[in-house]
Design a protein around this ligand. Sequence first.
Ligand SMILES: *Cc1c(COP(=O)(O)O)cnc(C)c1O
Length: 468
Amino acid sequence: MPSEPIRNTTARWRALDVRHHLSPFADYKTLKQGDGGSRIITEAKGVYLTDSEGQTLLDGMAGLWCVNVGYGRQELAEAAYRQMLELPYYNTFFKTATPPAVELSEKLAEIAPEGMNRVFYGSSGSESNDTVVRLVRRYWNLRGQPEKNHFISRTHAYHGSTMASASLGGMPFMQEGFGLPLPGFHHVMPPYWLDFAERDDDGTDESPADFGLRAARAVEEKILEIGADKVAAFIGEPIQGAGGVIVPPETYWPEIQRICARHDVLLIADEVICGFGRTGYWFASEPFGIKPDLMTLAKGITSGYIPLSAVMVSDRIGEVLESGEGEFAHGYTYSGHPVACAVALANIALIESDGLVEKVREETAPYLAERLQSLAGHPLVGQVRSFGLLGAVELVEDKARRKHFEPIGRVGTLCRDHCFANGLVMRAVRDGMVLSPPLIIEKPQIDELIDKARICLDLTAQDLGIAI
Ligand SMILES: *Cc1c(COP(=O)(O)O)cnc(C)c1O
């Protein structure tokens, strides 16, 4: 008798997923207990995903903040195919290189902020932030100040999941129980007005401008506490992404810049999410007035089609590295992978030919901001924030008092599940619903996104018994 054809592939994949696949940031116990299992995504085109049950979802997150040019771009598949036939792999260790690795380096130097002309490659944002830690320590060693090796970062920061990058990160749940942060990694208040701004006795809130300065000065206080002769670098995402799309007040970054210069502390911009047009600029350092010494890139560098990351190094650092004796004993088998670099070149060419940086800045970012504002009056919404095609709708119990729901995260998860069920991918960070759609999104699709989000906010309010 012929064996039974596999009828329900979704059920099969879910069962296999539970049995054999340990997926990242998942609760294995509830998965094992049969909480419905994972959603299986099978195809995607443009800004839409299709799951194994045939449901279409508008991807408001561009995968994990990375599919900048949208799904299904032939040019990227062809670039990978051609490169795989020509030279699928060669390493860049011990004085070797490949054409895609050097061509991409030139291109990155062209689009990066002034004075950043050197690149060190990895395959993920986490790897590149680890590279940053080693590069910075190498730099201060060469400068004869090996004790200048402490790092300052911020609460709610996300810099990756390896031991060093998770130490840079400011998410306690990623550190507790893992012996993290490693020694020498410190954290200060983020420029997150909604949670950290002060309110005086007559109920007046600290202005965002004043708060931005105070948040920046928290970095200076930390430098003084540790001792400026021990602090190697400060690292920050221009806009904190995974921490909840925290858009800093305009006063914040220029003050950080001054503080770092005053104390000879290196400034590292983690542009893993913000880069490659996400904010309407090639890099967010531009609109925020950041002149980084080092800059981490990943995600949008290949629009997520293949793993690649980079550290851009300023001339100031590069010249010291080039003056030092001995080799920089650091690197990855896949540093400068030729296929990944070829895809990155094709991806940057697409961002240029589609005019995505300008499209975001002039057309879709202002439109998204305007449409998000239309949700600000919803009874659940405490604040809407956006910059470029990064957005957040923060759900609170009491708007006037900036009071969160308790326990934190429950309402966000409710809303996220409604989004999934209603054909929209929007992620919940605590109770902030965050957005980072592909940069190719058109205005009618932004309308669709906002309409769906509003329905899901209503359904969430209904669950909570709040009148709308
Ligand atoms: C995603 C992310 C990282 C880590 O990148 P991986 O490729 O997941 O290792 C680092 N920094 C920021 C800002 C990120 O958003």
